[in-house]
Design a protein around this ligand. Structure first.
Ligand SMILES: Cc1cc2nc3c(=O)[nH]c(=O)nc-3n(C[C@H](O)[C@H](O)[C@H](O)COP(=O)(O)OP(=O)(O)OC[C@H]3O[C@@H](n4cnc5c(N)ncnc54)[C@H](O)[C@@H]3O)c2cc1C
Length: 364
């Protein structure tokens, strides 16, 4: 391991601010994670120079922006955490251009306030603009892939910087070629907007109902944003330091997509536990059927708040899909809870849930 002094010498010219032994719990929304050296980059130039320098020296890098989709182990990270703290946001015609570290909800708010639509369903999602393409962030029937125009990437193997079209990013449900990959750093993102200020067509029944609108129609973006923020707050899906239900990484498991050939077996397992006439929420998906992870967790016997008072890590009391830190949880506590839930669902229904956050130094 390179010493802190060596690192400081190496990174001085990059413009990054180096800090030793930072508890990563301070930088993640789950508020867990052991110590690491952190290089804070407040400009894109500093970010590029820092990552290039660390890569050239063969020093492991963990990119971290809002820390809202990361579960970092209690031993921290052996290497350098590059904290992306750029902030620039610019509205240009019918598009918005944001530096990677810009707060995502502030980007959405700026577009809505300026009279543009398109991003309102993605209101209230924590974290940075630059992380949104990483897992093709989505909510209420909309994904960033729907309106992303281009992404500015630093290719870490070649050191080159270039704008990339969405077609190159392999977007899928909560995934892209950027997730679980060290190949590139997102430096900036550009989204196309709806110049008439109308929302994207409402593709999610709960949201359409909240607005008293038929599915498929649009509404003024500002109205949709307000409704989304209300719905999300009721589920503990908007960060609030005073509410432990939001000390989470959002949904901890993705909704499982079961391949067509396995759907009958899963339905049979569900029927054998819950009765043949149980209504199972499912959604069409490429190559199979998407089941609701939250529904499966609850029906496997894990109620909101599981395992109950006194446990440092619990399911949110508002939403079974969020694993939460009640104040004193460690990463180990969260992993233990995640394993218990995952095993319970697998035993009852034959589906292995996959974590949505990126895990570092821990695995399920
Ligand atoms: C309360 C709550 C609600 C949430 N709701 C949703 C939701 O509705 N929909 C949804 O999709 N997600 C949701 N999330 C998850 C999370 O907010 C998103 O995934 C968000 O985009 C993560 O951004 P971040 O800046 O915090 O990323 P981080 O957690 O800092 O990083 C996540 C991953 O992306 C990588 N990364 C970060 N920035 C870059 C970059 N510039 N270039 C390359 N790689 C990068 C990191 O290395 C890491 O692997 C929620 C989380 C919370 C806590």
């Amino acid at each position: 391991m390179v010493s802190f002094d060596d690192l400081r010498d190496r990174l001085t010219a990059t413009g990054a601010r180096l800090r030793a032994a930072v508890p990563l719990a301070e930088l993640t929304t789950l508020r867990v994670g052991g110590p690491a050296t952190v290089a804070e980059c407040e400009s894109t130039e500093a970010l590029v120079a820092t990552v290039r320098e660390l890569d050239a020296a063969g020093i492991p890098v963990l990119l971290l922006a809002g820390g809202s989709n990361l579960l970092i182990g209690d031993d921290g990270f052996e290497g350098v955490v590059v904290r992306i703290a750029t902030t620039g946001v610019e509205l240009t015609g019918d598009a918005v251009l944001a530096e990677a570290g810009a707060n995502w909800d502030a980007v959405v708010a700026a577009t809505v306030e300026a009279g543009f639509g398109g991003l309102e369903c993605l209101s209230g999602i924590p974290g940075s603009a630059g992380a949104t393409p990483v897992q093709n962030v989505g909510a209420y029937g909309v994904e960033v892939a729907n309106s992303l125009r281009r992404v500015r990437l630093l290719d870490r193997a070649s050191g080159e910087i270039r704008w990339v079209e969405p077609g190159e990013l392999g977007f899928g449900y909560r995934t892209s070629v950027l997730k679980h990959s060290d190949a590139a750093v997102v430096l900036a993102v550009e989204f196309g907007l709806r110049a008439d200020g109308s929302s994207a067509p409402l593709g999610y029944r709960e949201l359409a109902n909240a607005l008293g609108a038929p599915e498929g129609e649009s509404r003024p973006a500002a109205e949709v944003r307000a409704a989304v923020l209300r719905l999300r707050a009721d589920k503990g899906m908007v960060l609030d330091p005073d509410d432990h239900d939001t000390w989470s990484a959002g949904s901890f498991f993705t909704n499982p997509i079961v391949a067509d050939e396995n759907v009958a077996a899963v339905r049979a397992a569900i029927a054998s536990h819950l009765g043949a006439d149980v209504a199972v929420p499912t959604f069409p998906a490429a190559g199979g059927v998407k089941f609701s992870a939250g529904w499966l967790i609850e029906r496997a016997g894990f109620a909101k708040g599981f395992p109950g008072d006194g446990s440092p890590a619990r399911l949110s009391t508002k939403h079974t899909l969020a694993l939460t830190n009640r104040g004193a949880a460690t990463a180990t506590d969260l992993v233990t809870l995640a394993r218990t839930v995952r095993q319970g669902v697998a035993e009852r229904f034959g589906i292995t849930l996959e974590p949505e956050p990126v895990t570092v130094g821990v695995s399920l």
